[in-house]
Write a protein that binds this ligand. Structure first.
Ligand code: ADP
Ligand code: UDP
Length: 239
């Protein structure tokens, strides 16, 4: 597969064309940002970890019946994916109150929610990714009702699968962000990434944060946390 022109450079990944118009190469960087790009830094080795973790989790989800953009890991940082038209929504699923949810609704971080919940943000950096509901998404023409139903169903199924997987690694899946896209025939698939950049992952025994919150909140031990969570995943996959 030939790596063609760079189509886009985002905050955490670069996207390249290939010789197949239906495929792209995503290339994971060590760059880290938080607070809509206000805080910038580097997490050494993050790109390799996020690439491999995202691919392993997408493979697992495919096996459990969730369609994804994943095609093939090319090397440590580069993965071949199906090109999609991204649905401009950040789909957030939560099991435990943390971050903006804890702040908005005045619940302490760590409160177990009665049932898993979902929310949507409009994926728009200029507007700061504002929260919106399904009716807003329909009104703005961001997705159809059928697409929103599919996305919601997949998001909760993904939560069920990932929560069970991480539990077996001694890790609690607190919340996470997903992005979905449309294939040329309109099929909705999971796209983007699933990694410690996009999930809150807490060690079940100690509560230690093993995700990007260590960077966002200046907790230290950022690289070590990424290595630790990757080690847990690799150990589980080897069983
Ligand atoms: P951001 O754009 O938020 O800075 P990234 O640095 O992760 O994010 O850039 C990757 C970009 O590629 C994102 O805009 C994401 O929506 C997009 N993307 C992810 N998967 C696919 C795909 N399969 N096809 C097309 N675009 C994708
Ligand atoms: N998240 C993400 N990208 C974003 C916003 C959130 O990957 O642009 C993830 C974040 O890592 C967490 C979940 O979505 O796992 C919920 O984040 P929250 O809304 O609490 O945001 P924050 O506290 O980071 O503002």
């Amino acid at each position: 597969m030939v790596k063609g022109a760079q189509l886009y450079e985002g905050k955490a990944k670069k996207v390249f064309a290939t010789d197949d118009p239906e495929l792209l190469i995503v290339s994971y960087k060590d760059d880290a940002t938080a607070f809509n790009g206000l805080k910038k830094g580097t997490i050494a080795g993050k790109g390799v970890i996020n690439n491999k973790m995202s691919n392993a989790l997408m493979k697992l989800l495919e096996e459990r019946g969730i369609p994804t953009h994943y095609v093939k890991e090319l090397d440590d940082r580069n993965t071949l994916v199906k090109k999609v038209q991204i649905v401009p929504l950040e789909v957030i699923v939560r099991n435990i109150a943390a971050g903006s949810f804890a702040k908005h609704y005045g619940v302490s971080e760590g409160t177990i929610l009665k049932v898993p919940t979902i929310e949507f943000s409009y994926k728009n950096d200029e507007l700061g990714d504002p929260l919106l509901n399904m009716y807003h998404a329909l009104a703005l023409g961001l997705a159809t009702e059928e697409e929103l139903d599919t996305i919601t169903e997949y998001a909760f199924r993904i939560n069920f699968e990932l929560r069970s997987f991480w539990a077996e690694c001694g890790v609690t899946l607190v919340d996470f962000k997903l992005e979905f896209g449309r294939l040329p025939d309109g099929t909705i698939v999971l796209a983007d990434e699933i990694s410690p950049d996009t999930c809150r992952l807490w060690d079940t025994e100690t509560g230690r944060k093993l995700d990007k919150d260590r960077f966002r909140r200046d907790l230290g031990g950022v690289e070590e946390a990424y290595q630790e969570i990757m080690g847990r995943l690799e150990a589980k996959l080897k069983e």
